[in-house]
Design a protein around this ligand. Structure first.
Ligand code: AMP
Ligand code: GLY
Length: 422
């Protein structure tokens, strides 16, 4: 089979790498990919992003199916365009992708279907937003309505911070059109987890649980990022919590979309806050796999990933099963100098080839310069995954594997998966 993966991050490297392990697969094209996918066995980068050009490529190459990694092409309707052209593609339609591309859509949907989430209100008028904050007090959470690449959320611990966030988003347009409206929601307490499932329109297949590390610095300090590391499984998702997430969040979402005449097909990611009683709340929906959650999760998948996707495309996920390694996987992100606000590009990366023996190294923001040297070309640069019989061993593997890797200003957290040790 010939497959196509859309995207260029660590998530796409991991998805394409896993697909390529299938005996059924001859080649996986990655559009546009990165320096890691350029060097990986059975993967091949193609430099296309326009939907019509991608569609033409699929016909020319006789691509069996396409898998979409990131949210932006989904929100732009890539699945609708491919489907119209008669091509097989796994991901949600533009309508369904609103669960991620509009926080207001997601909150209204959750309210309508009784899905647990923080109480909220939506504003486009700054004065009204200020009044609401005065009423509510702090801590309180301010979110740009639209896609903001993980930078659209301000967790305000004081009313002052909240008022500033409103002015910055609604008056100074700091987030552009993504910030034309803001959602203001109650602050939730608890432990976070990422709950990702495959959906074929009707049936659900759970992926392994995981936990992301959103803050830049150790002990959850510093600004929010796209994710500085992840591990799988996440012990906070006990079997009881798992069942509640399925019953209270995932099933009502899938059924709600079906009832609206827009069956959800694709990965569905619920970002959860689990309170001390074990009750799960939805912080957000993503309409795709998580990054960096994908990297450790794919390292634990033992079932042929192609079979799972074929079942999903055929609407037969109920006839499949995913088998996960008993091992723990810990993924540590190496980020560029200046990440998340202004990542510096161009720094030369050393030591990646020395590191490959201990853990699996997934590339994200990497490319080659004119001298064919590996360089930094994005905020999150690499994700190094270690595996072990327990959390400590997996951590040791990951940190040992990243030891030889060096680039100027490299940032990483030293405490990925520390929560799972407790
Ligand atoms: P989001 O992009 O919606 O996932 O938000 C980014 C991060 O902000 C989350 O991972 C949480 O750590 C935090 N956050 C978002 N919403 C809330 C909330 N209602 N209460 C507490 N923390 C939140
Ligand atoms: N790691 C969080 C996300 O993929 O949105």
């Amino acid at each position: 089979m010939k497959l196509l993966v859309i995207g260029s991050g660590g998530r796409e490297h991991a998805l394409a790498w896993k697909l390529a392990q299938s005996d059924k697969v001859e080649i996986v094209f990655v559009a546009p990919g990165n320096a890691g996918t350029a060097r990986e066995n059975k993967l091949c980068n193609i430099n296309l992003s326009d939907h019509q050009q991608l569609i033409q490529f699929c016909f020319e190459q006789e691509i069996d199916f396409t898998l979409v990694g990131p949210e932006a092409p989904l929100a732009a309707g890539i699945v609708d365009d491919f489907t119209k052209a008669g091509l097989a593609i796994f991901g949600p339609s533009k309508y369904c992708a609103q669960l991620e591309s509009s926080k207001d859509f997601a909150k209204a949907f959750m309210t309508k279907h009784g899905i647990p989430t923080a109480a909220y209100a939506t504003f486009s008028d700054a004065q009204e937003a200020h009044q609401y904050i005065e009423q509510k007090g702090a801590p309180i959470v301010i979110k740009a309505d639209g896609l903001a690449a993980g930078k659209g959320v301000i967790v305000a611990m004081t009313p002052d911070e909240a008022h500033q966030a409103i002015d910055s988003i609604l008056l100074d347009n700091s987030m552009g059109s993504a910030g034309a409206r803001v959602v203001i929601e109650d602050y939730l307490r608890g432990e976070e987890a990422s709950f990702i499932v495959m959906v074929d329109g009707e049936h659900i297949l759970e992926m392994a649980s995981s936990q992301d590390h959103k803050r830049l610095l150790d002990n959850d300090a510093g600004p929010n990022t796209g994710g500085m590391g992840a591990y799988s499984p996440a012990p906070v998702v006990t079997p009881a919590v798992h069942q509640r997430v399925i019953d209270e969040i995932i099933k009502p979402t899938v059924q709600g979309m079906l009832a609206a005449g827009h069956p959800y097909r694709g990965f569905l990611y619920a970002g959860l806050m689990i309170d001390e009683t074990g009750a799960p709340y939805t912080i957000e929906f993503n309409c795709r796999f998580g990054d960096p959650e994908t990297q450790p999760i794919m390292c634990r998948l033992q079932t042929d990933f192609v079979d799972l996707l074929l079942a999903a495309l055929a609407g037969k996920l109920n006839e499949t099963n995913a088998v996960w390694s008993e091992e723990i996987a810990v993924g540590v992100v190496l980020a560029a100098s200046g990440y998340p606000h202004s990542p510096r590009r161009g720094d030369i990366i050393d030591g990646v080839d020395l590191a490959s023996d201990n853990g699996k190294i997934f590339h994200a923001g990497t490319s080659f310069n004119a001298d064919k040297k590996l360089i930094v070309s994005g905020g999150r640069v690499l994700c190094v995954v270690g595996m072990g019989q327990n959390v400590a061993e997996a951590q040791q593997q990951a940190y040992a594997a990243l030891e030889p890797i060096k680039f100027k200003g490299m940032q990483y957290r030293n405490d990925i998966a520390a929560k799972a040790l407790k």
